[in-house]
Design a protein around this ligand. Structure first.
Ligand SMILES: Cc1cc2nc3c(=O)[nH]c(=O)nc-3n(C[C@H](O)[C@H](O)[C@H](O)COP(=O)(O)OP(=O)(O)OC[C@H]3O[C@@H](n4cnc5c(N)ncnc54)[C@H](O)[C@@H]3O)c2cc1C
Ligand code: SF4
Length: 551
């Protein structure tokens, strides 16, 4: 047995390639506001802004028509979005006060709920912790929510550019002036191929970054502007499946314990998606200690447990996917969420309440706050950091930050394992977050040492359990085989590190072949797990990656 310290093998953040001081190209497209990422955060921002601009025009407010553009790396809206999801409808209600919950793109109201503590053979029902109550909420597919929001944005005149990944921020002095998209049609060696399309520059008075979890643009901007956070951001990897089932599920279920080792933080979910479908997934904090821990494989083993097996048997796997979640909470929020010409919203900032696994309504709400701040700044003609700082103040005073403050140390308490963490989390709940006082300091995930050792082989049956190759097929991944690698791998990756990467990546991108690391970039589903612990992820040709439909 030996240990691996992932940070040692990780290449540096490619800052020079993300923060570009080049002037925009002569053909640059000019917009008023650019939004990077068509998730709930980006689309709620676009809708709110378009409404404010329309109202202003109708009432003779003096602002001329606003050109709003949303850039999304997926070929079609929703194809790169993945969530649980149980949705708190609060932000949707505020964005669409004229609609009823039955008008929203939900699958169903939460019928009942249950939490289980699992061992390999048993599931003991425990009282639902107050932070995990879901009464009054709805289950949904985030892909469907995103498509629905996209239609509403388009109807308001927002320009949606799907298939346009943003590769870099264009800056002038300290200000963000726009973005550059990734080129497409490159040959495997990185030279222009027969279908080559050069990057496009787009300029804007305000750029709203809504690129979500482990966002490259946000991290590069913060590194450039010294905008760090009290604690480093922490991440979890969620691997999820959607199944067609024979029997409807009558409750929202969460589990703790097995198949996770006691020193790993995480749990599973099983949600009803109407009478014939369920979503299930396993979420694991990336500060686990066992180098052989493999979230995809653990999810496969978990389905063999009677609690899951009886729900899934006789059914069919429809879709598979994976994505990271920022789960550092309150103390991992960057001190600056806005700057000259730029605002950061949603998961990019880390607006997720981990005990309840909720981020969708925060993403939407922060997008709406950003829209209001951008609109006010445009009206004043001041898009400087000062002019846009209203966003930070609004966020600071909002229910988002007060919720996150209440649960500020809960995830952090689990660095000592499930049982000690569970007791501490209970004390935090009864004291409204005051116990233990102060911040529990954390290291970034890549600084947690991993212990290597012999793993146990798992053989999927192809009925209930699946290999990574089959799983990637079920993500609809349509990346061209001849695409150049978008993954930056460190040098001198020794065999044990190669083995570790092969377990971290749920999509089989990394393989240990003999003593070598083999990389299969087209398999990548953009979950960003190895970006946290190893090789860096960068944007690639638009439309690459998964094609989720109901995630
Ligand atoms: C497994 C799992 C379960 C979850 N369960 C729940 C739940 O039950 N309830 C809940 O409320 N929350 C849940 N969350 C959290 C929730 O999904 C997120 O907080 C929410 O999706 C954040 O919204 P967003 O708009 O910030 O990011 P996203 O929804 O991730 O959207 C970001 C968009 O930006 C695009 N993008 C990224 N980079 C670029 C780029 N460079 N150029 C162009 N486009 C780009 C992406 O393709 C994507 O479409 C869960 C998350 C996971 C992973
Ligand atoms: S290579 Fe792609 S799919 Fe694999 S962990 Fe990294 S981002 Fe996720």
């Amino acid at each position: 047995m030996s240990t691996i310290l992932p940070i040692i093998h990780q290449p540096p953040l490619p800052l020079d390639r993300v923060i570009l001081r080049d002037p925009p190209g002569a053909e640059a497209i000019e917009m008023d506001v650019l939004i990077v990422g068509a998730g709930p955060a980006g689309l709620a921002c676009a809708i709110e802004l378009a409404r404010l601009a329309k109202r202003d025009q109708e009432t003779g407010g003096g602002l001329s028509e606003l050109n709003i553009g949303v850039l999304e790396k997926a070929e079609s809206l929703g194809e790169h979005n993945l969530s649980g999801a149980v949705v708190n409808p609060r932000a949707l209600r505020e964005l669409f006060p004229e609609l009823q919950p039955s008008d929203f793109p939900f699958r169903q109201p939460v019928p009942d709920e249950a939490v289980y503590l699992m061992t390999e053979r048993r599931a003991q029902r425990i009282p639902t912790p107050p932070t995990m109550h879901n009464r009054g909420y709805y289950t949904a597919s985030i892909c469907e929510m995103v498509r629905w929001l996209g239609e509403r944005a388009e109807a308001l005149g927002v320009n949606l550019f799907a298939g346009f990944p943003v590769d870099a921020l264009l800056v002038d002095g300290q200000a963000v002036r726009g973005v550059r998209t990734a080129p497409s049609g490159l040959a495997r060696d990185g030279t222009p191929g027969p279908t080559y399309t050069a990057p496009t520059d787009l300029t804007a008075k305000v750029t709203v970054v809504a690129e979500a979890t482990r966002g490259l643009l946000g991290r590069a901007w913060r590194a450039w502007q010294n905008g760090s956070s009290p604690n480093p951001q922490l991440f979890a990897l969620g691997v999820k499946e959607v199944w067609e089932v024979a029997r409807p599920l009558d409750a929202v279920i969460h589990t703790l314990g097995w198949p996770l080792p006691a020193d790993a933080f995480g749990g599973s979910f099983l949600y009803p998606l109407g009478p014939t479908q369920v979503a299930l997934g396993l979420v694991v904090g990336l500060d686990y200690h066992d180098a052989n821990l493999d979230v995809h494989e653990l999810l496969q083993r978990m389905k063999l447990h009677p609690l899951f097996r009886r729900q899934l048997e006789g059914g069919q796997l429809l879709e598979w996917g994976a994505k990271t979640i920022p789960e550092g909470g309150y103390y991992a929020l960057p001190v600056r969420r806005s700057g000259h010409g730029v605002l950061f919203v949603g998961d990019t900032v880390g607006l997720v309440d981990v005990p309840s696994l909720k981020g969708i309504h925060y993403a939407m709400q922060s997008g709406m706050f950003a829209a209001r701040a951008a609109f006010a700044a445009l009206k004043r003609g001041d898009v400087s950091a000062g002019g846009l700082s209203e966003y930070d103040h609004t966020l600071e005073a909002s229910y988002i930050l007060s919720d996150m403050h209440r649960t500020r140390n809960m995830r952090l308490a689990f660095k000592d394992g499930l049982y000690v963490g569970g007791i501490k989390a209970g004390l935090m709940t009864v004291t409204g977050g005051r116990f233990p006082g102060g911040m529990i300091p954390m290291d970034e995930d890549a600084r947690t040492a991993r212990t290597t050792g012999p793993g146990t082989a798992f053989v999927p049956d192809g009925q209930l359990t699946f290999s990574k190759l089959d799983a990637v097929f079920k993500s609809g991944n349509a990346t061209r085989d001849t695409i150049p690698s978008h993954l930056l791998v460190g040098r001198d990756i020794h065999p044990e590190v190669a083995e570790f990467y092969s377990h971290v990546c749920p999509a089989g991108v990394y393989e240990r072949v003999g003593d070598e690391l083999r990389v299969n970039p087209p398999n990548c589903v953009d979950c960003k797990a190895t970006d946290v612990l190893g090789p860096r992820w960068t944007p690639r040709e638009g439309g690459s990656g998964p094609k989720y439909r109901a995630m």
